[in-house]
Ligand binder design. Structure first.
Ligand SMILES: Cc1ncc(COP(=O)(O)O)c(C=O)c1O
Length: 374
């Protein structure tokens, strides 16, 4: 398969353990097993007994029933457990959907900036990729008429991430309905990566709530603080594609691990505890960040964020990669450079790690670096 290099993963992962001030990640503070048990009020003895007695044979073909029920409960009643398929991470989910549905003679319309799987996998499979980049010209705008103009009878999917990575931008219910409307007109799927969904106080609408041909991908990695479970899922209300998805998953990983699925089930059954914990962590840090950015005349927020990251433009004439690497070398601060999101003169900053003092120290160094660029 001739596929593009996954820029974000290749650039960020090797630097992850290097930086003293690591603002590169988009996860909310991970939990230990012990914290998970405490937060969810799980009886330790029962939990470890269940694991002790668990068979280490293959797990469930479609996913652990208890976990599938907990996943279905993340959405309104239109989503039922039979629409849920357990897969290996959010990456596994996007990968399986794109591989199962894309091929030559069709097109996908991708709203950027987003996660690279949505455009690089279809492209590698010979699908025409039509890109609407909200960050074009370094001004973040969501113009759905431009998306509509790209959709036609050969459109297989419209793809987006909501809330966004890197921006945290959240499409309103009306905007989602507009996307549903254009997808429905073209009889296309709406692939929505919702891995950052859940941190706002009000219910965040899912594409799965609103459209019979929505395909939602997600995982426990971000707002559920447990990327190490590698539990992801696909929700498809259109059951006619389920077998194709299962087939791809059989080629890819057969099934997930039962211990991981048990942990994911426990976490997802306590979704509100995780939403609340991580909302608090993220809002506190975001407020610090907003106060700080007001003191920075060279920086500009792309948009309001509802996720654990914000996206920032700077006004120096320095390529994104050079800026981030120079900042890391001189100040030991890691941000994620905009080039990996097909954006220039910009970076993503993550603040879901849950340590405001550490964040303030790193921001002070970032401020120093910017001052030195003047
Ligand atoms: C939008 C988006 N989708 C998927 C993933 C990968 O998810 P996972 O860790 O569950 O494989 C990420 C990770 O950064 C992401 O930002």
């Amino acid at each position: 398969m001739n596929i593009a290099r996954f820029d974000l993963e290749f650039w960020l992962n090797p630097l992850d353990s290097v930086a003293k001030y690591n603002f590169g990640s988009s996860c909310c503070k991970p939990v230990t097993v012990s914290e998970m048990l405490e937060l969810t009020g799980t009886d330790r003895e029962e939990f470890f007994k269940e694991i002790e007695n668990m068979s280490l044979h293959y797990g469930w073909f479609e996913g652990m029933p208890r976990m599938k029920k907990a996943i279905a409960d993340l959405y309104t009643d239109v989503v039922t457990p039979e629409m849920v398929l357990s897969v290996h991470g959010g990456t596994g989910a996007n990968s399986i959907v794109c591989q199962a549905l894309c091929g030559p003679g069709e097109n996908v319309v991708c709203i950027l900036p987003s996660y690279q799987q949505h455009y690089s996998i279809p492209e590698a499979l010979g699908t025409e990729v039509r890109i609407y980049n909200c960050g074009e010209g370094e001004e973040y705008t969501v113009d759905l008429d431009k998306v509509r103009a790209m959709v036609d009878k050969d459109t297989k999917m419209i793809c987006l991430t909501n809330p966004g990575n890197p921006t945290g931008y959240t499409f309103t219910k009306e905007e989602l309905e507009e996307l549903v409307d254009m997808a429905r007109e073209a009889d296309a799927y709406l692939l929505c990566d919702e891995i950052y969904r859940g941190l706002s106080k009000d219910y965040m609408w899912s594409a799965a709530d609103l459209y019979e041909k929505a395909i939602v991908t997600s995982s426990t990695s971000k707002v559920f603080s447990s990327a190490g479970t590698r539990v992801g899922w696909i929700v498809t209300r259109d059951l006619s594609i389920k077998e194709d998805l299962m087939n791809l998953r059989s080629f890819n990983s057969i099934c997930e691990g039962p211990i991981n699925e048990l942990i994911a089930a426990i976490i997802l059954e306590s979704k509100d505890v995780f939403y609340e914990r991580n909302r608090k962590i993220v809002e506190e840090a975001r407020n610090v960040f907003h106060d700080w950015i007001k003191t920075q005349p060279h920086l500009r927020l792309a948009c309001e964020s509802a996720g654990p990251t914000s996206y920032v433009y700077y006004d120096f004439d320095i390529p994104a990669q050079e800026f981030a690497e120079d900042l890391l070398a001189k100040k030991n601060v890691l941000v994620c450079q905009g080039g990996v999101f097909q954006q220039e003169k910009s970076f993503r900053i993550g603040y879901g790690f849950g340590d405001v003092e550490y964040f303030k120290e790193g921001l002070a160094l970032l401020g120093e670096y910017i001052k030195e660029l003047e």
